[in-house]
Design a protein around this ligand. Structure first.
Ligand code: SIN
Length: 200
């Protein structure tokens, strides 16, 4: 039996899979553009990490950093035992997901996971994260085998742009944001380095 893929537009699916209590604020974990492009209201924000997920530029972008004919590449998370993914957690009112579901509609599904908030004092809580799994129509996967992957991804990204701007800007802003969180992400920093070598 072939597995059914999540469609390009996941808005309806997110709404039906995950109903939110209208009066209950929700913690959201951002690991990509949600770290540096905050175009939504939040009640509280703090650096945070989640475990057993690693960031990869393996998701196609048809609506932000590319087009349907020439998709760009944006971040998603892949399961990886022992990995730690640093990002930013936002406490938001449930109404904000109307906007977020639209913004993240290109293959991302909301999943529930444990967030480790680097608040004072540190605290763990359940929250939501948008993940585009390999079972979505826009998933691209790696661009090449092994160590060549980041170089090929950079080549792809250098040539892509979409309604939200050039694809390389997504990587450069994310890398800068991760540095300000003291987060080390060799995958992101390698792609950034290749883009800078190419003159980004
Ligand atoms: C995220 O930032 O958490 C999801 C992916 C993105 O919007 O870049």
């Amino acid at each position: 039996m072939t597995e059914e893929k999540a469609p390009h537009d996941t808005q309806a699916l997110n709404k039906s899979r995950c109903t939110l209590d209208a009066n209950q604020p929700v913690w959201l974990f951002g690991y990509g553009s949600l770290i540096y492009k905050v175009d939504f209201d939040y009640l509280q924000r703090t650096p945070a990490y989640i475990e057993n997920w690693q960031r990869r530029f393996w998701q196609g972008s048809h609506d932000h950093r590319g087009t349907p004919d020439a998709p760009g590449r944006v971040a998603t998370l892949l399961p990886h035992t022992g990995a730690v993914c640093m990002g930013m957690a936002y406490k938001v009112s449930p109404q904000v997901f109307e906007h977020l579901d639209h913004r993240e509609k290109n293959g991302y599904l909301r999943l529930s996971t444990t967030l480790h908030l680097q608040s004072e004092p540190p605290q763990s809580t359940q929250g939501l994260v948008y993940i585009a799994t390999e079972h979505n129509e826009a998933f691209l996967g790696p661009a090449a085998e092994g160590e060549a992957d980041e170089r090929e991804i950079a080549r792809h990204i250098a040539n892509a742009r979409g309604p939200s701007g050039p694809n390389d800007e997504y990587v450069l802003r994310l890398a800068e944001a991760l540095r300000s969180l003291n987060a080390n992400d060799p995958h992101v920093f390698a792609i950034e380095r290749y883009l800078l070598e190419r003159g980004a």
